[in-house]
Design a protein around this ligand. Structure first.
Ligand SMILES: Cc1ncc(COP(=O)(O)O)c(C=O)c1O
Length: 380
């Protein structure tokens, strides 16, 4: 079926580069039932222009769900339904930043966010970070220096929980320090919370959104990883003033709430209990996939097992560069994303590779890891 999807598998490659769900885990049957339920429950209202911030049934369910996961912290007037986290990122960045501004980004961080942020015309600059993530004290100095030089610095983008690419979460003290710094300096923390629900050990750390009480933090959520990326459905958590700005944008005025029909179907999917069952099931599958890849890679390299998310951030043996290894791995029938892609200035990370365990079943993950191992061994 040509011409249908963004990326097709390459013949002969067991690919560890894709941060995509395993196709067999997409809820095709349950989504079909939810679509039929939405047609029955909402009739023509599902197929006309939707309320600006999203349909009330979904906003109410999402409010209760987010409050459940974090013990409170969200009200319906703090939500705006989007076409996924990327869309939320583009909307917030374009409202809060523009040409001449500086947008700071964690480092390493989600590489595909860099272009979305650069689309605003702002300059995207690496924030100081170490193995634990953004360093608040060094960030305060960087911010002061940039502002003293006359630059406007409205935003810091980060993925503090089960990060892409590292799988790590920002320590509690740094979360508190960042929230305090944001309050003190007027910097907005743009928290990408895409992986919160894909937690495999204990509970996820509290979000910056929750810790800040919504002050100076905007949070992005998505159903892309928990349910399906093709839905193009997510949300923004922000203070009501920013939500009003989003809801009164010209394109919302003209076209109504974003992705209204899918949003109403998502409500039915959630209200029937399918969402809860599905997330529990995929969490167990991704945990098993994580374990399969971790144990296969540990046969030849030490690697940390992340507590959540989709990625292993693997340190290469001394003297092996990620970029050089990629060509050799591909000749050997596997692939990954080299570390430098996750640095906005491309400087750094050649001693690391990102392996995704989301897209392949355990046996294929083990096969891919074996091919990577022999590409490494061949390097001597
Ligand atoms: C950190 C992060 N944010 C956002 C996205 C994209 O989310 P969406 O499909 O909802 O636009 C991804 C997907 O890989 C991601 O890893």
């Amino acid at each position: 079926m040509a011409g249908m999807i963004q990326m097709e598998s390459r013949p002969g490659i067991l690919d560890l580069s894709w941060g995509h769900p395993r196709p067999g885990l997409l809820p095709v049957g349950e989504w079909g039932k939810a679509s039929a339920a939405a047609a029955r429950e909402f009739g023509w209202r599902q197929l006309t222009y939707g309320q600006a911030t999203g349909p009330t049934p979904l906003l109410d369910w999402l409010t209760a769900h987010l409050c459940d996961t974090e013990g409170g912290g969200t009200a319906p007037e703090q939500l705006f339904v989007t076409g996924g986290a990327s869309h939320g990122l583009a909307l917030v960045a374009s409202l809060l930043a523009g040409p001449g501004d500086v947008i700071l980004v964690d480092s390493p961080s989600y590489h595909l966010a860099f272009r979305i942020l650069a689309d605003t015309g702002a300059t995207v600059v690496r924030a100081p970070a170490d193995a634990d993530g953004v360093d608040p004290a060094a960030l305060a100095e960087q911010l002061a220096a940039l502002r003293a030089g006359g630059r406007r610095v409205p935003l810091l983008y980060l993925v503090p929980t089960f990060a892409n690419p590292t799988g790590r979460s920002l320590p509690a003290e740094r979360r508190r320090d960042l929230v305090a710094l944001a309050r003190r300096t007027g910097l907005t923390l743009l928290e990408d919370d895409t992986y919160r629900e894909l937690c495999y050990e204990g509970v996820a750390p509290p979000s910056l959104w929750r810790l800040s009480g919504g002050d100076r933090v905007v949070r992005l959520g998505t159903f892309a990883k928990t349910v399906a990326p093709g839905l193009r459905l997510g949300w923004i958590n922000a203070d009501p003033a920013l939500i009003t700005r989003l809801a009164t944008l010209g394109y919302v005025h003209s076209g109504g709430g974003v992705n209204h029909s899918v949003a109403t179907t998502m409500y039915c999917f959630a209200a029937s209990g399918a969402y809860r069952r599905h997330v529990a099931a995929v969490r167990a599958e991704y945990r098993a996939q994580r374990d399969a890849l971790v144990s296969a890679v540990r046969a030849y390299l030490p690697v940390e097992a992340p507590a959540g998310g989709w990625f292993l951030w693997v340190a290469l043996p001394p003297g092996v560069g990620a970029t050089g290894l990629l060509a050799r791995a591909e000749r050997n029938g596997t692939s990954f994303v080299p570390g430098p892609r996750f640095y906005v200035d491309g400087a750094g990370g050649d001693d690391r590779i990102r392996l995704s365990f989301s897209h392949l079943a355990p046996a294929d993950l083990a096969g891919a890891a074996a091919r990577l191992g022999s590409a490494l061994t061949g390097l001597g």
